[in-house]
Design a protein around this ligand. Structure first.
Ligand code: NAD
Length: 474
Protein backbone atom coordinates (compact mmCIF):
# COMPACT_ATOMS: atom_id res chain seq x y z
CA UNK A 1 0.00 0.00 0.00
CA UNK A 2 1.35 3.42 -0.96
CA UNK A 3 2.33 5.71 1.94
CA UNK A 4 2.59 9.44 1.65
CA UNK A 5 4.35 12.13 3.69
CA UNK A 6 3.70 15.76 4.56
CA UNK A 7 5.93 18.21 2.69
CA UNK A 8 7.22 21.00 4.91
CA UNK A 9 10.17 23.29 4.15
CA UNK A 10 11.06 21.14 1.15
CA UNK A 11 11.29 17.93 3.20
CA UNK A 12 9.08 14.87 3.26
CA UNK A 13 7.85 14.08 6.76
CA UNK A 14 6.48 10.64 7.52
CA UNK A 15 4.17 10.91 10.54
CA UNK A 16 3.57 8.36 13.29
CA UNK A 17 -0.17 8.41 12.74
CA UNK A 18 -1.91 7.89 9.40
CA UNK A 19 -5.47 7.56 8.12
CA UNK A 20 -6.84 5.41 5.31
CA UNK A 21 -8.01 6.77 1.96
CA UNK A 22 -10.82 4.81 0.29
CA UNK A 23 -11.43 4.04 -3.34
CA UNK A 24 -15.12 4.94 -3.77
CA UNK A 25 -15.49 2.36 -6.56
CA UNK A 26 -14.70 -0.47 -4.14
CA UNK A 27 -15.17 1.10 -0.70
CA UNK A 28 -11.73 -0.22 0.24
CA UNK A 29 -8.80 1.62 1.81
CA UNK A 30 -5.97 1.66 -0.74
CA UNK A 31 -3.50 4.20 0.70
CA UNK A 32 -2.36 5.67 4.00
CA UNK A 33 -2.19 9.41 4.45
CA UNK A 34 -0.18 11.27 7.12
CA UNK A 35 -1.93 12.83 10.13
CA UNK A 36 -0.50 16.28 10.80
CA UNK A 37 -0.47 17.56 14.37
CA UNK A 38 -0.79 21.27 15.21
CA UNK A 39 3.00 21.32 15.65
CA UNK A 40 3.34 20.29 11.97
CA UNK A 41 1.05 23.14 10.94
CA UNK A 42 3.11 25.61 13.01
CA UNK A 43 6.26 24.27 11.38
CA UNK A 44 4.73 24.65 7.89
CA UNK A 45 3.62 28.23 8.61
CA UNK A 46 7.06 29.16 9.95
CA UNK A 47 8.70 27.65 6.86
CA UNK A 48 6.30 29.58 4.60
CA UNK A 49 6.98 32.83 6.48
CA UNK A 50 10.71 32.33 6.14
CA UNK A 51 10.46 31.47 2.43
CA UNK A 52 8.24 34.52 1.84
CA UNK A 53 11.15 36.89 2.52
CA UNK A 54 12.98 35.76 -0.61
CA UNK A 55 10.08 34.53 -2.80
CA UNK A 56 8.11 37.79 -2.47
CA UNK A 57 10.97 39.80 -4.00
CA UNK A 58 12.15 37.32 -6.62
CA UNK A 59 12.33 38.79 -10.10
CA UNK A 60 8.94 38.51 -11.82
CA UNK A 61 10.30 36.58 -14.81
CA UNK A 62 11.84 33.97 -12.51
CA UNK A 63 8.47 33.37 -10.84
CA UNK A 64 6.78 33.16 -14.25
CA UNK A 65 9.34 30.59 -15.44
CA UNK A 66 8.88 28.51 -12.28
CA UNK A 67 5.10 28.40 -12.80
CA UNK A 68 5.61 27.21 -16.39
CA UNK A 69 8.02 24.60 -15.04
CA UNK A 70 5.24 23.39 -12.72
CA UNK A 71 2.96 23.02 -15.77
CA UNK A 72 5.69 20.96 -17.50
CA UNK A 73 5.87 18.78 -14.43
CA UNK A 74 2.09 18.20 -14.42
CA UNK A 75 2.32 17.24 -18.09
CA UNK A 76 5.18 14.82 -17.46
CA UNK A 77 3.38 13.09 -14.60
CA UNK A 78 -0.15 13.20 -16.07
CA UNK A 79 -0.66 9.46 -16.40
CA UNK A 80 0.43 8.76 -12.83
CA UNK A 81 -1.66 11.61 -11.38
CA UNK A 82 -4.75 10.61 -13.42
CA UNK A 83 -4.65 7.10 -12.04
CA UNK A 84 -4.36 8.25 -8.42
CA UNK A 85 -7.14 10.77 -9.03
CA UNK A 86 -9.50 8.13 -10.39
CA UNK A 87 -8.72 5.85 -7.47
CA UNK A 88 -9.30 8.46 -4.77
CA UNK A 89 -12.12 10.45 -6.34
CA UNK A 90 -13.96 7.86 -8.45
CA UNK A 91 -14.20 9.92 -11.65
CA UNK A 92 -13.38 7.89 -14.77
CA UNK A 93 -10.04 8.34 -16.47
CA UNK A 94 -11.88 9.85 -19.41
CA UNK A 95 -15.62 9.66 -18.81
CA UNK A 96 -18.81 11.00 -20.37
CA UNK A 97 -17.93 13.49 -23.13
CA UNK A 98 -14.35 13.53 -21.84
CA UNK A 99 -15.28 14.74 -18.35
CA UNK A 100 -12.89 12.79 -16.12
CA UNK A 101 -9.40 12.63 -14.67
CA UNK A 102 -7.82 13.51 -18.03
CA UNK A 103 -9.90 16.66 -18.22
CA UNK A 104 -8.91 17.56 -14.66
CA UNK A 105 -5.21 17.21 -15.48
CA UNK A 106 -5.71 19.15 -18.72
CA UNK A 107 -7.49 21.91 -16.80
CA UNK A 108 -4.78 21.99 -14.14
CA UNK A 109 -2.11 22.45 -16.82
CA UNK A 110 -4.08 25.06 -18.78
CA UNK A 111 -4.80 27.12 -15.65
CA UNK A 112 -1.17 26.91 -14.57
CA UNK A 113 0.09 28.20 -17.91
CA UNK A 114 -2.54 30.94 -18.11
CA UNK A 115 -1.66 32.10 -14.58
CA UNK A 116 2.05 32.10 -15.41
CA UNK A 117 1.34 34.63 -18.18
CA UNK A 118 -0.49 37.09 -15.92
CA UNK A 119 1.27 40.05 -14.32
CA UNK A 120 0.69 43.49 -12.86
CA UNK A 121 2.03 46.81 -13.93
CA UNK A 122 2.44 49.80 -11.65
CA UNK A 123 -0.56 52.12 -11.84
CA UNK A 124 0.63 55.73 -12.14
CA UNK A 125 -2.09 57.90 -10.66
CA UNK A 126 -0.31 61.23 -10.79
CA UNK A 127 2.97 62.38 -12.27
CA UNK A 128 3.45 66.14 -12.48
CA UNK A 129 5.82 68.81 -11.22
CA UNK A 130 4.52 68.38 -7.63
CA UNK A 131 4.51 64.65 -7.11
CA UNK A 132 4.40 61.14 -8.50
CA UNK A 133 1.76 58.81 -7.06
CA UNK A 134 1.85 55.12 -7.84
CA UNK A 135 -0.28 52.14 -6.76
CA UNK A 136 1.73 48.91 -6.39
CA UNK A 137 0.44 45.36 -6.00
CA UNK A 138 2.27 43.44 -3.27
CA UNK A 139 1.94 39.83 -2.09
CA UNK A 140 -0.03 39.27 1.11
CA UNK A 141 2.18 36.73 2.90
CA UNK A 142 1.30 33.14 3.76
CA UNK A 143 -1.82 31.83 2.00
CA UNK A 144 -3.79 28.95 3.52
CA UNK A 145 -5.47 26.89 0.81
CA UNK A 146 -8.37 24.55 1.58
CA UNK A 147 -9.83 22.74 -1.45
CA UNK A 148 -12.74 20.22 -1.61
CA UNK A 149 -12.94 16.63 -2.92
CA UNK A 150 -14.84 17.03 -6.21
CA UNK A 151 -12.04 18.43 -8.42
CA UNK A 152 -9.23 18.05 -5.89
CA UNK A 153 -6.18 18.65 -8.05
CA UNK A 154 -7.62 21.29 -10.35
CA UNK A 155 -8.99 23.35 -7.49
CA UNK A 156 -5.68 23.05 -5.62
CA UNK A 157 -4.02 24.45 -8.74
CA UNK A 158 -6.56 27.29 -8.89
CA UNK A 159 -5.53 28.23 -5.35
CA UNK A 160 -1.80 27.64 -5.48
CA UNK A 161 -0.76 29.12 -8.85
CA UNK A 162 -2.06 32.69 -8.48
CA UNK A 163 -0.75 32.74 -4.89
CA UNK A 164 2.75 31.74 -6.01
CA UNK A 165 2.64 33.87 -9.16
CA UNK A 166 2.11 37.01 -7.05
CA UNK A 167 4.91 36.17 -4.58
CA UNK A 168 2.99 34.59 -1.71
CA UNK A 169 3.92 31.31 -0.07
CA UNK A 170 1.39 28.57 0.63
CA UNK A 171 0.28 25.99 3.16
CA UNK A 172 -2.29 23.72 1.52
CA UNK A 173 -4.61 21.24 3.22
CA UNK A 174 -6.50 19.01 0.78
CA UNK A 175 -9.77 17.26 1.63
CA UNK A 176 -9.11 14.17 3.75
CA UNK A 177 -11.27 12.26 1.25
CA UNK A 178 -9.00 13.06 -1.72
CA UNK A 179 -5.55 14.10 -0.46
CA UNK A 180 -3.30 11.91 -2.60
CA UNK A 181 -3.01 13.65 -5.96
CA UNK A 182 -2.29 16.92 -4.17
CA UNK A 183 0.29 15.30 -1.86
CA UNK A 184 2.07 13.89 -4.89
CA UNK A 185 1.85 17.16 -6.82
CA UNK A 186 3.34 19.14 -3.90
CA UNK A 187 6.12 16.58 -3.53
CA UNK A 188 6.99 16.97 -7.23
CA UNK A 189 6.64 20.77 -7.14
CA UNK A 190 9.22 20.93 -4.37
CA UNK A 191 11.81 19.71 -6.88
CA UNK A 192 11.31 23.08 -8.62
CA UNK A 193 10.31 25.55 -5.92
CA UNK A 194 12.59 26.81 -3.12
CA UNK A 195 11.99 25.09 0.26
CA UNK A 196 9.03 26.46 2.23
CA UNK A 197 7.32 28.13 -0.74
CA UNK A 198 4.69 25.36 -1.02
CA UNK A 199 3.93 23.15 1.99
CA UNK A 200 1.22 20.55 2.55
CA UNK A 201 -0.42 19.22 5.71
CA UNK A 202 -3.14 16.56 5.87
CA UNK A 203 -5.37 15.18 8.60
CA UNK A 204 -8.86 13.79 8.93
CA UNK A 205 -10.21 16.58 11.13
CA UNK A 206 -9.15 19.75 12.90
CA UNK A 207 -6.35 21.08 10.71
CA UNK A 208 -8.72 23.09 8.45
CA UNK A 209 -10.09 25.16 11.32
CA UNK A 210 -6.57 25.51 12.78
CA UNK A 211 -5.46 27.01 9.44
CA UNK A 212 -8.43 29.37 9.44
CA UNK A 213 -7.54 30.72 12.88
CA UNK A 214 -3.72 30.60 12.58
CA UNK A 215 -2.22 34.04 13.23
CA UNK A 216 0.72 33.36 10.90
CA UNK A 217 -1.57 32.88 7.88
CA UNK A 218 -2.60 36.09 6.14
CA UNK A 219 -5.15 34.90 3.60
CA UNK A 220 -7.42 31.94 3.10
CA UNK A 221 -8.59 30.64 -0.22
CA UNK A 222 -11.34 28.12 0.36
CA UNK A 223 -13.55 26.09 -1.96
CA UNK A 224 -16.24 23.97 -0.36
CA UNK A 225 -19.61 24.09 1.32
CA UNK A 226 -21.33 27.22 2.59
CA UNK A 227 -21.41 26.17 6.29
CA UNK A 228 -17.63 25.52 6.24
CA UNK A 229 -17.09 28.86 4.46
CA UNK A 230 -18.97 30.65 7.24
CA UNK A 231 -16.90 28.90 9.90
CA UNK A 232 -13.66 29.88 8.11
CA UNK A 233 -14.72 33.50 7.90
CA UNK A 234 -15.48 33.53 11.61
CA UNK A 235 -12.18 31.88 12.56
CA UNK A 236 -10.26 34.03 10.06
CA UNK A 237 -11.41 37.16 11.86
CA UNK A 238 -8.76 36.37 14.51
CA UNK A 239 -6.17 38.30 12.47
CA UNK A 240 -8.47 39.87 9.85
CA UNK A 241 -7.52 37.39 7.14
CA UNK A 242 -8.39 38.18 3.57
CA UNK A 243 -10.72 35.46 2.32
CA UNK A 244 -11.70 34.17 -1.08
CA UNK A 245 -14.66 31.86 -0.52
CA UNK A 246 -15.97 29.71 -3.39
CA UNK A 247 -18.98 27.97 -1.87
CA UNK A 248 -21.95 25.83 -2.79
CA UNK A 249 -24.51 26.49 -5.48
CA UNK A 250 -27.96 25.46 -6.61
CA UNK A 251 -27.78 26.73 -10.17
CA UNK A 252 -30.95 27.14 -12.19
CA UNK A 253 -31.16 26.74 -15.96
CA UNK A 254 -34.19 28.09 -17.83
CA UNK A 255 -35.12 26.63 -21.21
CA UNK A 256 -37.24 28.87 -23.46
CA UNK A 257 -39.89 27.39 -25.80
CA UNK A 258 -37.98 28.26 -29.01
CA UNK A 259 -35.21 25.63 -28.64
CA UNK A 260 -34.97 22.35 -30.52
CA UNK A 261 -35.23 19.69 -27.75
CA UNK A 262 -33.12 17.19 -29.72
CA UNK A 263 -30.32 19.70 -30.05
CA UNK A 264 -30.43 21.13 -26.52
CA UNK A 265 -31.14 18.01 -24.42
CA UNK A 266 -27.62 16.51 -24.81
CA UNK A 267 -26.14 19.83 -23.65
CA UNK A 268 -28.50 20.03 -20.68
CA UNK A 269 -27.60 16.46 -19.81
CA UNK A 270 -23.87 17.21 -19.98
CA UNK A 271 -24.06 20.27 -17.72
CA UNK A 272 -26.55 18.69 -15.29
CA UNK A 273 -24.54 15.50 -14.77
CA UNK A 274 -21.06 17.00 -15.12
CA UNK A 275 -18.73 14.91 -12.90
CA UNK A 276 -21.80 12.93 -11.71
CA UNK A 277 -23.44 16.16 -10.56
CA UNK A 278 -20.52 16.77 -8.20
CA UNK A 279 -19.47 20.11 -9.66
CA UNK A 280 -20.18 23.37 -7.84
CA UNK A 281 -21.59 25.08 -10.92
CA UNK A 282 -23.54 22.13 -12.34
CA UNK A 283 -27.02 22.86 -13.53
CA UNK A 284 -28.97 21.71 -10.46
CA UNK A 285 -32.53 22.94 -11.12
CA UNK A 286 -33.83 22.70 -14.67
CA UNK A 287 -36.84 24.93 -15.52
CA UNK A 288 -38.42 23.99 -18.86
CA UNK A 289 -41.29 25.70 -20.66
CA UNK A 290 -44.45 23.59 -20.62
CA UNK A 291 -44.66 23.44 -24.45
CA UNK A 292 -41.42 21.42 -24.74
CA UNK A 293 -41.33 19.88 -21.27
CA UNK A 294 -42.07 16.25 -22.20
CA UNK A 295 -39.78 16.37 -25.25
CA UNK A 296 -36.81 17.65 -23.23
CA UNK A 297 -37.44 15.06 -20.53
CA UNK A 298 -37.65 12.13 -22.93
CA UNK A 299 -34.54 13.20 -24.89
CA UNK A 300 -32.52 13.42 -21.66
CA UNK A 301 -33.81 10.06 -20.44
CA UNK A 302 -32.80 8.39 -23.70
CA UNK A 303 -29.21 9.56 -23.09
CA UNK A 304 -29.32 8.44 -19.43
CA UNK A 305 -30.34 4.94 -20.50
CA UNK A 306 -27.25 4.54 -22.68
CA UNK A 307 -24.52 5.58 -20.26
CA UNK A 308 -22.16 3.08 -18.64
CA UNK A 309 -21.59 3.36 -14.90
CA UNK A 310 -18.70 1.54 -13.25
CA UNK A 311 -15.16 1.61 -11.92
CA UNK A 312 -13.50 4.59 -13.59
CA UNK A 313 -10.29 2.64 -14.21
CA UNK A 314 -12.13 0.41 -16.70
CA UNK A 315 -12.41 1.28 -20.38
CA UNK A 316 -15.58 2.91 -21.68
CA UNK A 317 -17.00 3.95 -18.30
CA UNK A 318 -19.00 7.21 -18.50
CA UNK A 319 -19.73 7.77 -14.81
CA UNK A 320 -18.02 6.46 -11.69
CA UNK A 321 -19.35 6.22 -8.14
CA UNK A 322 -20.19 9.14 -5.87
CA UNK A 323 -17.05 10.19 -4.08
CA UNK A 324 -18.07 9.11 -0.59
CA UNK A 325 -20.63 7.14 1.38
CA UNK A 326 -22.07 10.20 3.14
CA UNK A 327 -22.76 11.90 -0.18
CA UNK A 328 -24.42 8.73 -1.46
CA UNK A 329 -26.61 8.67 1.68
CA UNK A 330 -27.57 12.32 1.13
CA UNK A 331 -28.55 11.71 -2.51
CA UNK A 332 -30.63 8.68 -1.44
CA UNK A 333 -32.40 10.88 1.15
CA UNK A 334 -33.26 13.49 -1.49
CA UNK A 335 -34.55 10.76 -3.82
CA UNK A 336 -36.76 9.35 -1.07
CA UNK A 337 -38.13 12.76 -0.27
CA UNK A 338 -38.81 13.48 -3.97
CA UNK A 339 -40.75 10.21 -4.17
CA UNK A 340 -42.70 11.10 -1.03
CA UNK A 341 -43.82 14.43 -2.53
CA UNK A 342 -44.97 12.75 -5.76
CA UNK A 343 -42.01 13.39 -8.10
CA UNK A 344 -42.18 11.33 -11.32
CA UNK A 345 -38.94 9.31 -11.63
CA UNK A 346 -38.14 9.03 -15.33
CA UNK A 347 -34.99 6.97 -14.72
CA UNK A 348 -32.80 5.86 -11.82
CA UNK A 349 -33.80 6.57 -8.23
CA UNK A 350 -32.29 3.72 -6.20
CA UNK A 351 -28.65 3.17 -5.19
CA UNK A 352 -26.89 0.41 -7.13
CA UNK A 353 -25.73 -2.79 -5.48
CA UNK A 354 -22.26 -2.48 -3.91
CA UNK A 355 -19.39 -2.61 -3.46
CA UNK A 356 -18.76 1.07 -4.06
CA UNK A 357 -20.93 4.17 -3.76
CA UNK A 358 -22.87 3.98 -7.02
CA UNK A 359 -26.09 5.82 -7.82
CA UNK A 360 -27.59 5.86 -11.33
CA UNK A 361 -28.35 8.93 -13.41
CA UNK A 362 -31.74 10.03 -12.10
CA UNK A 363 -34.19 12.48 -13.67
CA UNK A 364 -37.22 13.57 -11.67
CA UNK A 365 -40.16 15.32 -13.39
CA UNK A 366 -43.33 16.92 -12.00
CA UNK A 367 -41.59 18.33 -8.98
CA UNK A 368 -41.97 21.85 -7.63
CA UNK A 369 -40.05 24.51 -5.75
CA UNK A 370 -40.39 24.11 -2.00
CA UNK A 371 -39.30 20.45 -2.10
CA UNK A 372 -35.91 19.31 -0.86
CA UNK A 373 -34.65 18.11 -4.24
CA UNK A 374 -35.32 21.51 -5.80
CA UNK A 375 -34.32 23.75 -2.90
CA UNK A 376 -31.16 21.99 -1.69
CA UNK A 377 -27.86 21.51 -3.49
CA UNK A 378 -27.97 17.80 -4.41
CA UNK A 379 -24.30 17.49 -5.49
CA UNK A 380 -25.03 14.16 -7.13
CA UNK A 381 -26.57 12.56 -10.24
CA UNK A 382 -30.22 13.44 -9.55
CA UNK A 383 -31.77 16.33 -11.43
CA UNK A 384 -35.21 17.89 -10.86
CA UNK A 385 -36.96 19.12 -14.03
CA UNK A 386 -39.55 21.77 -13.22
CA UNK A 387 -42.31 22.96 -15.57
CA UNK A 388 -42.97 26.67 -16.02
CA UNK A 389 -45.50 28.69 -17.98
CA UNK A 390 -44.45 32.29 -17.52
CA UNK A 391 -40.83 33.45 -17.98
CA UNK A 392 -40.99 36.19 -15.33
CA UNK A 393 -42.20 33.60 -12.85
CA UNK A 394 -39.34 31.28 -13.87
CA UNK A 395 -36.77 34.03 -13.24
CA UNK A 396 -38.35 34.77 -9.87
CA UNK A 397 -38.15 31.08 -8.92
CA UNK A 398 -34.57 30.77 -10.14
CA UNK A 399 -33.62 33.71 -7.92
CA UNK A 400 -35.51 32.42 -4.89
CA UNK A 401 -32.43 30.74 -3.42
CA UNK A 402 -29.85 31.70 -0.85
CA UNK A 403 -27.21 30.53 -3.36
CA UNK A 404 -25.96 32.57 -6.30
CA UNK A 405 -23.14 30.76 -8.09
CA UNK A 406 -24.24 30.30 -11.72
CA UNK A 407 -27.34 30.30 -13.89
CA UNK A 408 -28.28 29.87 -17.54
CA UNK A 409 -30.88 30.66 -20.19
CA UNK A 410 -31.28 28.48 -23.28
CA UNK A 411 -32.79 29.95 -26.43
CA UNK A 412 -32.26 30.66 -30.13
CA UNK A 413 -32.99 34.34 -29.50
CA UNK A 414 -29.59 35.39 -28.16
CA UNK A 415 -30.51 38.99 -27.41
CA UNK A 416 -33.60 38.05 -25.44
CA UNK A 417 -31.70 35.28 -23.64
CA UNK A 418 -28.92 37.70 -22.73
CA UNK A 419 -31.44 40.14 -21.21
CA UNK A 420 -33.01 37.35 -19.18
CA UNK A 421 -29.64 35.93 -18.09
CA UNK A 422 -28.60 39.33 -16.76
CA UNK A 423 -31.62 39.21 -14.41
CA UNK A 424 -30.30 36.06 -12.71
CA UNK A 425 -28.78 36.70 -9.29
CA UNK A 426 -25.52 34.82 -9.70
CA UNK A 427 -21.79 35.29 -10.22
CA UNK A 428 -21.81 33.86 -13.76
CA UNK A 429 -24.76 33.75 -16.15
CA UNK A 430 -24.51 31.74 -19.35
CA UNK A 431 -26.57 31.70 -22.52
CA UNK A 432 -26.78 28.25 -24.13
CA UNK A 433 -24.17 26.75 -21.81
CA UNK A 434 -23.54 26.19 -18.11
CA UNK A 435 -20.51 25.59 -15.86
CA UNK A 436 -18.38 26.78 -18.78
CA UNK A 437 -15.43 28.33 -16.98
CA UNK A 438 -12.19 29.59 -18.51
CA UNK A 439 -8.87 30.73 -17.05
CA UNK A 440 -9.18 34.35 -18.21
CA UNK A 441 -12.74 35.13 -17.05
CA UNK A 442 -13.60 35.83 -13.39
CA UNK A 443 -15.57 33.16 -11.58
CA UNK A 444 -17.18 33.43 -8.14
CA UNK A 445 -20.43 33.38 -6.25
CA UNK A 446 -22.80 35.99 -4.87
CA UNK A 447 -25.21 35.66 -1.92
CA UNK A 448 -24.29 32.56 0.12
CA UNK A 449 -22.23 31.11 -2.71
CA UNK A 450 -19.32 33.13 -1.40
CA UNK A 451 -17.36 36.18 -2.22
CA UNK A 452 -14.31 37.11 -4.18
CA UNK A 453 -13.47 35.73 -7.61
CA UNK A 454 -10.87 33.44 -9.10
CA UNK A 455 -9.14 33.38 -12.51
CA UNK A 456 -7.58 35.94 -14.77
CA UNK A 457 -6.53 39.39 -13.73
CA UNK A 458 -9.49 39.86 -11.36
CA UNK A 459 -8.64 36.62 -9.60
CA UNK A 460 -4.95 37.49 -9.37
CA UNK A 461 -5.75 40.76 -7.60
CA UNK A 462 -7.19 38.81 -4.67
CA UNK A 463 -3.70 37.56 -3.82
CA UNK A 464 -2.31 41.07 -3.48
CA UNK A 465 -2.42 44.13 -1.27
CA UNK A 466 -2.27 47.65 -2.67
CA UNK A 467 0.50 49.93 -1.52
CA UNK A 468 0.28 53.57 -2.54
CA UNK A 469 3.65 55.21 -3.03
CA UNK A 470 3.80 59.00 -3.16
CA UNK A 471 7.00 60.88 -4.01
CA UNK A 472 6.81 64.61 -3.41
CA UNK A 473 9.13 66.48 -5.75
CA UNK A 474 10.78 69.15 -3.61
P1 NAD B 1 -16.60 20.88 2.75
O1 NAD B 1 -16.96 22.28 3.12
O2 NAD B 1 -17.13 19.79 3.57
O3 NAD B 1 -15.01 20.68 2.75
C1 NAD B 1 -14.16 21.49 1.98
C2 NAD B 1 -12.79 21.53 2.64
O4 NAD B 1 -12.89 22.17 3.91
C3 NAD B 1 -12.17 20.17 2.92
O5 NAD B 1 -10.78 20.25 2.68
C4 NAD B 1 -12.46 19.97 4.39
O6 NAD B 1 -11.56 19.08 5.00
C5 NAD B 1 -12.29 21.36 4.93
N1 NAD B 1 -12.99 21.66 6.18
C6 NAD B 1 -14.03 21.02 6.74
N2 NAD B 1 -14.41 21.64 7.88
C7 NAD B 1 -13.60 22.72 8.03
C8 NAD B 1 -13.51 23.78 8.99
N3 NAD B 1 -14.35 23.87 10.01
N4 NAD B 1 -12.58 24.74 8.80
C9 NAD B 1 -11.74 24.69 7.74
N5 NAD B 1 -11.77 23.71 6.80
C10 NAD B 1 -12.69 22.73 6.94
O7 NAD B 1 -17.00 20.74 1.21
P2 NAD B 1 -16.89 19.42 0.31
O8 NAD B 1 -17.97 18.50 0.74
O9 NAD B 1 -15.48 18.95 0.27
O10 NAD B 1 -17.22 20.00 -1.15
C11 NAD B 1 -18.51 20.10 -1.66
C12 NAD B 1 -18.99 21.54 -1.61
O11 NAD B 1 -18.03 22.39 -2.25
C13 NAD B 1 -20.27 21.76 -2.39
O12 NAD B 1 -21.12 22.60 -1.65
C14 NAD B 1 -19.81 22.46 -3.65
O13 NAD B 1 -20.79 23.25 -4.29
C15 NAD B 1 -18.69 23.28 -3.14
N6 NAD B 1 -17.79 23.68 -4.23
C16 NAD B 1 -17.77 24.99 -4.61
C17 NAD B 1 -16.96 25.40 -5.68
C18 NAD B 1 -16.93 26.83 -6.14
O14 NAD B 1 -16.02 27.17 -6.90
N7 NAD B 1 -17.85 27.68 -5.73
C19 NAD B 1 -16.17 24.44 -6.34
C20 NAD B 1 -16.21 23.12 -5.91
C21 NAD B 1 -17.02 22.75 -4.85
Amino acid sequence: MATYGLIIDGKKIVTDRTFGVRNPATGEVFAQCPVAEISHLDHAVEAAQKAFRAWSVVDDNTRKAKIHALADLLEKHSAELMEVLTKENGKPLNGFMGIGAGMELGGAIAWTRATAELSFSVDVIQDDENARVEAHRKPIGVVGSIPPWNWPLMIAIWHVMPALRTGNTVVIKPSSLTPLTTLRFVELANEILPPGVLNIVTAETGIGSAIASHKGINKIVFTGSTPTGKSIMKNGAANLKRCTLELGGNDAGIVLPDVDPKEVAPELFRVGFHNNGQTCACLKRLYVHESIYEDICSEMVSIAKKVKIGNGLEDGVDFGPLQNEEQLGFVCELAQDARRVGGRFLCGGEPMKGPGYFFPITIVADIEDGTRLVDEEQFGPILPVIKYTNIDDAILRANRSSYGLGGSVWSRDLEKAKQLASRLECGTAWVNDHAAIQPNAPFGGVKESGYGVEFGQYGLEEYTLIQTLKVVKR
